[in-house]
Design a protein around this ligand. Structure first.
Ligand code: IMP
Length: 425
């Protein structure tokens, strides 16, 4: 069973890129299965920092085959920029090792404009999307009016499809939202050029992945976003429009559950969220500010400050169940140094009644009050720790509690942004 699925166990930004980079050493292929350039994965290699939005982070490792699966929505212009950025840094991004499913969907300029228009129209009720066009692209996919990435094999025809899509979006922008239309001048040339560049990468990724698996090689599925942002299992509508949970890896890439050996959930030692929606353990005080500062909690994709709060153990347990986690990775433990005491939410109360599980709907999640367990903190800088024994007893206790709450063991604990700042268990 050669597949490992790497999942965000919170609201995204758990540090998956870094863990994917570490796991890439033990894999032959790496795949993105859902979402698009709303994701932002940062990988540090020595002094060099790679910010990846679409290409799997395994691309940094020369022997790893990279796949972008059918479940994704891909902005061709951004993908070309990302490939160029990687190539300029000496990374091999040839079509011999980077493969784009022909069944993924294309994000058009209309999708991006409509994402922004819809958010503006929602005003105070907005979702707080990344405005990358993700929701509108998945809307077209579900409505069966989308453009497949496979269309880029015919660059001229693809450019015509883009213009037709922009025309349709312009009707909505002007008639529904009262906004200016998108100026189509130059778009045909821009998208034709992108298609010419990307056409050699279009492949039957399902077949390629099965060939790899049948040869006994290993595949790592690099999840984007996080469990609590799942369109089915998060607090709708404050979610993304895809399935960032383990099930999404299966549908997004096209293999069955029997192929899966490990499901690794990545969780920060505290919680963050960008965008709006319920966040019961949020801290809007000096402690939250300390977490934001120490953890550099600003979005990779949008630069927005992230909302910060105590670890939500109920959400972590929920993520363990929904994904069938076999293990967890705890990230950013070092950020908690100097915060004493620490708190972990282990249940909620809802309208005065105890609630041990995730609130069933968004309105009750907004009202839920966390019930905290208080845990002694530690003062020492732990960023140099490389073994469990190097950590203060309080930090080890905190890790124990996270494992007990998740119900699965931790395989790694990160204590800093560099590749080697980790404790491998
Ligand atoms: P969308 O995916 O751009 O439609 O945004 C929907 C929600 O998911 C918003 O709350 C975003 O902030 C959030 N979101 C989307 N992608 C990410 C991510 O990679 N990390 C964290 N939050 C994300």
């Amino acid at each position: 069973m050669p597949v490992t699925i790497l999942i965000g166990a919170q609201w995204g930004d758990e540090g998956k890129g870094r863990i994917a980079d570490w796991l890439a050493r033990q894999t032959d292929g790496m795949a993105r299965c859902a979402g698009g350039d709303n994701a932002g994965h940062t990988v540090m290699v020595g002094e060099r920092e790679f910010k990846l939005h679409l290409v799997p982070s395994g691309v940094i490792h020369p022997n790893v085959q990279c796949f972008m699966g059918a479940g994704m929505v891909i902005n061709p212009i951004r993908l070309v920029e990302e490939l160029d950025m990687l190539a300029a840094q000496g990374v091999d991004v040839s079509p011999a090792r980077v493969h784009i499913s022909g069944r993924a969907h294309v994000i058009t300029p209309g999708h991006m404009a409509l994402d922004g228009a819809s958010e503006r129209a929602l005003g105070g009720e907005s979702i707080g999307t990344t405005r990358r066009g993700i929701g509108p692209a998945y809307m077209d996919k579900a409505a069966r009016t989308g453009i497949l990435t496979g269309a880029m094999r015919d660059p001229a025809g693809f450019a015509e499809q883009i213009l037709a899509a922009v025309d349709g979006a312009n009707w909505l922008l002007t008639e529904r939202y009262g906004l200016d239309p998108i100026d189509p001048a130059g778009l045909a040339d821009q998208y034709r050029a992108a298609a010419e560049r990307l056409a050699p990468y279009i492949a039957d990724t399902t077949h390629l992945i099965h060939t790899l698996l049948e040869a006994g090689q290993r595949l790592l599925c690099e999840g984007a976003q996080g469990t609590l942002l799942d369109i089915d299992h998060g607090h709708y509508p404050f979610v993304t429009s895809s399935s960032p949970t383990a099930g999404g890896a299966l549908t997004g890439l096209g293999f069955g559950p029997r192929a899966v050996e490990r499901v690794v959930g990545v969780a920060k030692a505290y919680c963050t969220r960008v965008g709006n929606g319920p966040f019961p353990t949020e801290l809007e005080d000096a402690t939250g500010e300390q977490m934001r500062r120490a953890g550099h909690e600003f979005g990779t994709t949008t630069g927005r400050p992230r909302r910060c709060g105590w670890l939500d153990g109920v959400a972590l347990r929920y993520a363990a169940r929904v994904n069938g986690l076999t293990e967890i990775v705890i990230t950013k433990l070092d950020v908690l140094s100097g915060i004493d005491p620490l708190r972990i939410a282990t249940s909620y109360t809802l309208d005065g009644d105890p609630l041990a599980t995730l609130p069933p709907d968004t309105a009750s999640a907004e009202r839920a009050e966390p019930v905290y367990e208080t845990i002694p903190g530690w003062q020492a800088d732990i960023s140099g720790a490389r073994r469990l024994e190097d950590l203060p007893g309080q930090a080890r206790h905190y890790i124990d509690r996270m494992q007990q709450i998740a119900g699965v063991p931790a395989m790694m604990i990160s204590v800093g942004p560099e590749r080697d700042q980790a404790i491998i268990l």
